[in-house]
Design a protein around this ligand. Structure first.
Ligand code: XIL
Length: 341
Protein backbone atom coordinates (compact mmCIF):
# COMPACT_ATOMS: atom_id res chain seq x y z
CA UNK A 1 0.00 0.00 0.00
CA UNK A 2 1.48 3.31 -1.02
CA UNK A 3 4.74 1.44 -1.45
CA UNK A 4 7.61 1.70 -3.85
CA UNK A 5 5.46 1.07 -6.92
CA UNK A 6 3.19 4.00 -6.24
CA UNK A 7 6.09 6.31 -5.45
CA UNK A 8 7.65 5.32 -8.75
CA UNK A 9 4.41 6.11 -10.59
CA UNK A 10 4.15 9.48 -8.84
CA UNK A 11 7.79 10.12 -9.73
CA UNK A 12 7.17 9.34 -13.40
CA UNK A 13 4.10 11.58 -13.53
CA UNK A 14 6.04 14.45 -11.93
CA UNK A 15 8.93 13.95 -14.36
CA UNK A 16 6.56 14.07 -17.35
CA UNK A 17 4.81 17.18 -16.01
CA UNK A 18 8.22 18.80 -15.48
CA UNK A 19 9.34 17.92 -18.99
CA UNK A 20 6.16 19.36 -20.50
CA UNK A 21 6.65 22.57 -18.51
CA UNK A 22 10.26 22.89 -19.60
CA UNK A 23 9.47 22.18 -23.24
CA UNK A 24 6.43 24.44 -23.09
CA UNK A 25 8.62 27.22 -21.72
CA UNK A 26 10.93 26.94 -24.70
CA UNK A 27 8.56 27.69 -27.51
CA UNK A 28 9.42 30.48 -29.95
CA UNK A 29 8.51 33.89 -28.58
CA UNK A 30 5.93 34.76 -31.23
CA UNK A 31 3.91 31.61 -30.46
CA UNK A 32 2.77 32.83 -27.07
CA UNK A 33 -0.74 34.27 -27.05
CA UNK A 34 0.72 37.29 -25.22
CA UNK A 35 3.05 37.97 -28.16
CA UNK A 36 0.26 37.36 -30.65
CA UNK A 37 -1.80 40.04 -28.92
CA UNK A 38 0.85 42.65 -29.64
CA UNK A 39 3.35 43.86 -32.22
CA UNK A 40 6.25 41.74 -30.98
CA UNK A 41 9.10 42.63 -33.27
CA UNK A 42 12.73 43.36 -33.96
CA UNK A 43 14.86 45.52 -36.23
CA UNK A 44 15.97 43.66 -39.37
CA UNK A 45 18.41 44.39 -42.18
CA UNK A 46 17.80 43.72 -45.86
CA UNK A 47 21.43 42.83 -46.54
CA UNK A 48 21.13 39.89 -44.12
CA UNK A 49 18.14 38.29 -45.83
CA UNK A 50 20.54 36.00 -47.67
CA UNK A 51 21.68 34.45 -44.37
CA UNK A 52 19.38 31.48 -43.71
CA UNK A 53 20.11 31.24 -39.97
CA UNK A 54 19.26 34.92 -39.64
CA UNK A 55 16.00 34.69 -41.61
CA UNK A 56 14.86 31.47 -39.96
CA UNK A 57 15.35 32.93 -36.50
CA UNK A 58 13.72 36.25 -37.45
CA UNK A 59 10.58 34.58 -38.79
CA UNK A 60 10.41 31.99 -36.02
CA UNK A 61 10.63 34.38 -33.05
CA UNK A 62 8.89 37.62 -34.11
CA UNK A 63 5.54 38.67 -35.54
CA UNK A 64 6.80 42.10 -36.59
CA UNK A 65 9.88 43.77 -38.00
CA UNK A 66 11.22 47.23 -38.51
CA UNK A 67 13.77 48.04 -41.22
CA UNK A 68 16.93 49.11 -39.36
CA UNK A 69 18.24 51.51 -42.03
CA UNK A 70 16.33 50.93 -45.25
CA UNK A 71 13.74 53.70 -44.76
CA UNK A 72 16.26 56.37 -43.79
CA UNK A 73 16.70 59.16 -46.33
CA UNK A 74 20.29 58.26 -47.31
CA UNK A 75 18.97 54.91 -48.55
CA UNK A 76 15.43 55.54 -49.72
CA UNK A 77 15.75 59.12 -51.03
CA UNK A 78 19.36 59.44 -52.24
CA UNK A 79 18.73 62.36 -54.63
CA UNK A 80 15.93 64.91 -54.63
CA UNK A 81 13.99 63.22 -57.41
CA UNK A 82 15.17 59.65 -56.81
CA UNK A 83 13.62 57.08 -54.54
CA UNK A 84 15.24 53.71 -53.86
CA UNK A 85 12.57 51.40 -52.47
CA UNK A 86 14.38 48.12 -53.18
CA UNK A 87 15.95 47.36 -49.76
CA UNK A 88 12.84 48.28 -47.76
CA UNK A 89 10.61 46.46 -50.25
CA UNK A 90 12.66 43.30 -49.65
CA UNK A 91 11.97 43.50 -45.91
CA UNK A 92 8.30 44.32 -46.39
CA UNK A 93 7.94 41.31 -48.73
CA UNK A 94 9.76 39.08 -46.26
CA UNK A 95 7.38 40.24 -43.53
CA UNK A 96 4.35 39.52 -45.66
CA UNK A 97 5.63 36.05 -46.57
CA UNK A 98 6.05 35.21 -42.88
CA UNK A 99 2.88 36.78 -41.56
CA UNK A 100 4.72 39.61 -39.84
CA UNK A 101 3.70 43.26 -39.49
CA UNK A 102 6.01 46.20 -40.26
CA UNK A 103 6.88 49.41 -38.35
CA UNK A 104 8.34 52.14 -40.52
CA UNK A 105 11.29 54.00 -39.02
CA UNK A 106 11.68 57.01 -39.46
CA UNK A 107 10.10 59.59 -41.79
CA UNK A 108 12.15 62.49 -40.38
CA UNK A 109 15.45 62.35 -38.51
CA UNK A 110 18.58 64.50 -38.26
CA UNK A 111 20.93 61.55 -38.96
CA UNK A 112 21.58 59.33 -41.98
CA UNK A 113 20.42 62.08 -44.30
CA UNK A 114 21.91 62.57 -47.78
CA UNK A 115 24.10 65.59 -48.51
CA UNK A 116 21.54 67.06 -50.92
CA UNK A 117 19.10 67.46 -48.01
CA UNK A 118 21.52 68.61 -45.31
CA UNK A 119 23.58 70.96 -47.46
CA UNK A 120 21.05 72.13 -50.03
CA UNK A 121 20.53 75.56 -48.43
CA UNK A 122 16.74 75.22 -48.67
CA UNK A 123 14.57 77.85 -47.02
CA UNK A 124 11.49 76.99 -44.96
CA UNK A 125 9.08 76.88 -47.90
CA UNK A 126 11.35 74.71 -50.03
CA UNK A 127 11.99 72.41 -47.08
CA UNK A 128 8.28 72.04 -46.39
CA UNK A 129 7.72 71.01 -50.02
CA UNK A 130 10.55 68.50 -49.79
CA UNK A 131 9.12 67.06 -46.57
CA UNK A 132 5.63 66.87 -48.09
CA UNK A 133 6.89 65.06 -51.20
CA UNK A 134 8.94 62.60 -49.12
CA UNK A 135 6.12 61.72 -46.75
CA UNK A 136 3.46 61.42 -49.45
CA UNK A 137 5.71 59.27 -51.64
CA UNK A 138 7.13 56.96 -48.97
CA UNK A 139 3.99 56.50 -46.86
CA UNK A 140 1.95 56.24 -50.06
CA UNK A 141 4.24 53.53 -51.43
CA UNK A 142 3.70 51.42 -48.30
CA UNK A 143 0.06 52.32 -47.71
CA UNK A 144 -1.68 49.32 -46.14
CA UNK A 145 1.62 47.44 -45.72
CA UNK A 146 3.28 49.44 -42.94
CA UNK A 147 1.00 49.55 -39.91
CA UNK A 148 2.96 51.99 -37.73
CA UNK A 149 5.25 54.89 -38.63
CA UNK A 150 7.71 56.79 -36.51
CA UNK A 151 6.93 60.11 -38.17
CA UNK A 152 9.80 61.84 -36.43
CA UNK A 153 12.78 60.33 -34.65
CA UNK A 154 14.65 61.99 -31.77
CA UNK A 155 13.30 65.55 -32.31
CA UNK A 156 14.19 66.70 -28.78
CA UNK A 157 17.47 67.69 -27.13
CA UNK A 158 18.45 66.30 -23.74
CA UNK A 159 17.02 69.35 -21.94
CA UNK A 160 13.61 68.68 -23.45
CA UNK A 161 13.64 71.53 -25.97
CA UNK A 162 13.12 71.07 -29.69
CA UNK A 163 16.34 70.07 -31.42
CA UNK A 164 17.60 72.28 -34.22
CA UNK A 165 17.42 70.27 -37.46
CA UNK A 166 16.97 70.98 -41.14
CA UNK A 167 13.26 70.39 -40.70
CA UNK A 168 12.91 73.03 -37.99
CA UNK A 169 13.44 75.65 -40.71
CA UNK A 170 9.84 74.90 -41.66
CA UNK A 171 8.77 76.34 -38.32
CA UNK A 172 8.49 75.30 -34.69
CA UNK A 173 5.38 73.30 -35.53
CA UNK A 174 6.89 71.30 -38.39
CA UNK A 175 5.89 68.08 -36.65
CA UNK A 176 2.20 69.02 -36.75
CA UNK A 177 2.48 69.27 -40.53
CA UNK A 178 4.43 66.02 -40.81
CA UNK A 179 1.84 64.04 -38.85
CA UNK A 180 -1.00 65.52 -40.91
CA UNK A 181 0.81 64.63 -44.15
CA UNK A 182 1.48 61.05 -43.00
CA UNK A 183 -2.13 60.65 -41.91
CA UNK A 184 -3.36 61.87 -45.29
CA UNK A 185 -1.08 59.39 -47.08
CA UNK A 186 -2.27 56.39 -45.03
CA UNK A 187 -5.19 57.10 -42.69
CA UNK A 188 -5.04 53.57 -41.26
CA UNK A 189 -1.41 53.70 -40.13
CA UNK A 190 -0.66 54.48 -36.49
CA UNK A 191 1.65 57.47 -36.14
CA UNK A 192 4.33 57.83 -33.46
CA UNK A 193 6.90 60.32 -32.24
CA UNK A 194 9.99 58.27 -31.32
CA UNK A 195 12.54 59.43 -28.74
CA UNK A 196 15.45 58.14 -26.72
CA UNK A 197 16.08 58.52 -23.01
CA UNK A 198 12.49 59.28 -22.03
CA UNK A 199 11.96 56.02 -20.16
CA UNK A 200 13.38 57.65 -17.05
CA UNK A 201 12.10 60.77 -15.28
CA UNK A 202 13.84 64.05 -16.07
CA UNK A 203 13.64 67.25 -18.14
CA UNK A 204 13.64 65.41 -21.45
CA UNK A 205 10.83 63.04 -20.45
CA UNK A 206 8.82 66.02 -19.21
CA UNK A 207 9.54 68.18 -22.27
CA UNK A 208 8.42 65.45 -24.65
CA UNK A 209 5.30 64.72 -22.62
CA UNK A 210 4.40 68.39 -22.57
CA UNK A 211 4.94 68.77 -26.33
CA UNK A 212 2.86 65.69 -27.14
CA UNK A 213 0.06 66.84 -24.81
CA UNK A 214 -0.08 70.11 -26.71
CA UNK A 215 -0.04 68.36 -30.08
CA UNK A 216 -3.02 66.30 -28.94
CA UNK A 217 -4.81 69.45 -27.81
CA UNK A 218 -4.21 70.99 -31.24
CA UNK A 219 -5.78 67.94 -32.86
CA UNK A 220 -2.58 66.60 -34.45
CA UNK A 221 -3.15 62.98 -35.59
CA UNK A 222 -0.55 61.44 -33.28
CA UNK A 223 -1.34 57.98 -31.92
CA UNK A 224 1.68 57.24 -29.82
CA UNK A 225 5.11 57.87 -28.46
CA UNK A 226 8.05 55.50 -28.93
CA UNK A 227 10.40 54.80 -26.04
CA UNK A 228 13.58 53.58 -27.72
CA UNK A 229 14.98 51.85 -24.60
CA UNK A 230 18.60 51.64 -25.67
CA UNK A 231 19.73 50.65 -22.20
CA UNK A 232 22.72 49.41 -20.32
CA UNK A 233 22.55 47.70 -16.95
CA UNK A 234 21.43 51.04 -15.51
CA UNK A 235 17.85 50.74 -16.67
CA UNK A 236 14.69 52.40 -15.45
CA UNK A 237 13.10 50.55 -12.59
CA UNK A 238 9.88 48.77 -13.46
CA UNK A 239 8.02 51.45 -11.44
CA UNK A 240 9.70 54.36 -13.27
CA UNK A 241 8.87 52.85 -16.60
CA UNK A 242 5.28 52.13 -15.57
CA UNK A 243 4.87 55.76 -14.44
CA UNK A 244 6.21 57.14 -17.73
CA UNK A 245 3.86 54.88 -19.71
CA UNK A 246 0.84 55.62 -17.49
CA UNK A 247 0.89 59.37 -17.93
CA UNK A 248 0.53 58.95 -21.68
CA UNK A 249 -2.55 56.79 -21.08
CA UNK A 250 -4.08 59.75 -19.30
CA UNK A 251 -3.90 61.84 -22.51
CA UNK A 252 -5.02 59.02 -24.83
CA UNK A 253 -1.56 58.30 -26.28
CA UNK A 254 -0.08 54.84 -26.83
CA UNK A 255 3.46 53.95 -25.85
CA UNK A 256 5.58 51.61 -27.96
CA UNK A 257 8.91 50.15 -26.87
CA UNK A 258 10.67 50.62 -30.19
CA UNK A 259 14.39 49.80 -30.08
CA UNK A 260 15.23 47.90 -26.93
CA UNK A 261 18.73 46.59 -26.39
CA UNK A 262 20.86 46.33 -23.26
CA UNK A 263 24.55 46.89 -23.88
CA UNK A 264 27.20 45.41 -21.58
CA UNK A 265 30.91 45.92 -21.12
CA UNK A 266 32.56 43.04 -22.93
CA UNK A 267 33.33 40.35 -22.14
CA UNK A 268 30.16 40.16 -20.06
CA UNK A 269 30.09 38.01 -16.94
CA UNK A 270 27.18 36.00 -15.56
CA UNK A 271 26.11 38.80 -13.20
CA UNK A 272 25.85 41.30 -16.06
CA UNK A 273 23.95 38.82 -18.22
CA UNK A 274 21.50 38.25 -15.36
CA UNK A 275 20.98 42.01 -14.93
CA UNK A 276 20.43 42.27 -18.68
CA UNK A 277 17.84 39.49 -18.55
CA UNK A 278 16.05 41.34 -15.76
CA UNK A 279 16.04 44.56 -17.84
CA UNK A 280 14.46 42.84 -20.85
CA UNK A 281 11.94 41.13 -18.57
CA UNK A 282 10.97 44.40 -16.88
CA UNK A 283 10.69 46.28 -20.18
CA UNK A 284 8.30 43.72 -21.60
CA UNK A 285 6.41 43.35 -18.32
CA UNK A 286 5.85 47.11 -18.04
CA UNK A 287 4.49 47.22 -21.58
CA UNK A 288 2.22 44.23 -21.10
CA UNK A 289 0.88 45.57 -17.82
CA UNK A 290 -0.13 48.91 -19.37
CA UNK A 291 -3.44 49.26 -21.22
CA UNK A 292 -1.80 51.69 -23.70
CA UNK A 293 1.25 49.60 -24.73
CA UNK A 294 0.82 47.06 -27.53
CA UNK A 295 4.24 47.19 -29.21
CA UNK A 296 7.56 45.74 -28.06
CA UNK A 297 10.48 45.86 -30.48
CA UNK A 298 14.14 44.98 -29.88
CA UNK A 299 16.92 46.57 -31.94
CA UNK A 300 18.06 43.24 -33.41
CA UNK A 301 18.21 39.79 -31.84
CA UNK A 302 21.67 38.26 -32.31
CA UNK A 303 24.97 39.65 -31.03
CA UNK A 304 26.38 38.65 -34.41
CA UNK A 305 24.85 41.72 -36.06
CA UNK A 306 24.21 44.22 -33.25
CA UNK A 307 25.09 47.87 -33.93
CA UNK A 308 26.49 48.35 -30.40
CA UNK A 309 30.17 47.29 -30.72
CA UNK A 310 30.71 49.72 -33.60
CA UNK A 311 29.01 52.68 -31.94
CA UNK A 312 30.05 52.08 -28.31
CA UNK A 313 33.62 50.75 -28.26
CA UNK A 314 34.17 48.27 -25.42
CA UNK A 315 30.46 47.48 -25.21
CA UNK A 316 28.47 44.70 -26.81
CA UNK A 317 26.62 41.51 -25.95
CA UNK A 318 23.40 43.53 -26.07
CA UNK A 319 20.97 41.09 -27.63
CA UNK A 320 18.94 38.08 -26.48
CA UNK A 321 20.88 35.55 -28.59
CA UNK A 322 24.65 35.27 -28.76
CA UNK A 323 26.76 35.31 -31.94
CA UNK A 324 25.93 31.64 -32.59
CA UNK A 325 22.21 32.26 -32.04
CA UNK A 326 22.29 30.43 -28.69
CA UNK A 327 19.75 31.61 -26.10
CA UNK A 328 21.12 33.95 -23.45
CA UNK A 329 19.43 34.55 -20.08
CA UNK A 330 17.68 37.53 -21.73
CA UNK A 331 15.97 35.22 -24.21
CA UNK A 332 14.84 32.89 -21.44
CA UNK A 333 13.57 35.90 -19.47
CA UNK A 334 11.45 37.13 -22.41
CA UNK A 335 10.18 33.60 -22.87
CA UNK A 336 9.21 33.40 -19.19
CA UNK A 337 7.57 36.83 -19.29
CA UNK A 338 5.42 35.93 -22.29
CA UNK A 339 4.42 32.73 -20.49
CA UNK A 340 2.90 34.72 -17.61
CA UNK A 341 -0.82 34.80 -18.20
C1 XIL B 1 21.33 52.47 -36.13
C2 XIL B 1 21.49 51.23 -37.02
O1 XIL B 1 21.22 50.07 -36.28
C3 XIL B 1 22.89 51.18 -37.58
O2 XIL B 1 23.02 50.08 -38.50
C4 XIL B 1 23.22 52.48 -38.28
O3 XIL B 1 24.56 52.45 -38.74
C5 XIL B 1 23.03 53.64 -37.33
O4 XIL B 1 21.70 53.62 -36.84
N1 XIL B 1 18.58 55.04 -32.68
C6 XIL B 1 17.84 54.93 -33.81
C7 XIL B 1 18.22 53.93 -34.85
O5 XIL B 1 16.79 55.57 -33.92
O6 XIL B 1 17.80 54.35 -36.13
C8 XIL B 1 19.69 53.64 -34.84
O7 XIL B 1 19.98 52.60 -35.77
C9 XIL B 1 20.12 53.29 -33.43
C10 XIL B 1 19.87 54.44 -32.49
Amino acid sequence: MGGTGERTRVGIVLAVVGLVLVLGACKPLREYPAAQAMFFGTAARANLLSDPTYTTTLAREFNGLTPANELKWDTIHPAQNTYNFGPADALVSFARAHDMKVRGVPLLWHEQNPGWLDNGGFDGTAMRNIMAAHIATVVGHYRGRIVQWDVVNEPFASDGTLRNTVFRKIGLRYMDDAFAMAHAADPAAKLFLNERGIEVPGPKADGVFDAISKMKERGVPINGVGFQMHADTVVPTAQQLAAQIARYASIGVEVAITEMDVKLAIPANATALAAQARAYYDGLAACRAAPNCHTFVTWGFTDKYSWIPQFFPGMGDAMMLDESYTNKPAYDALNRQLGQG
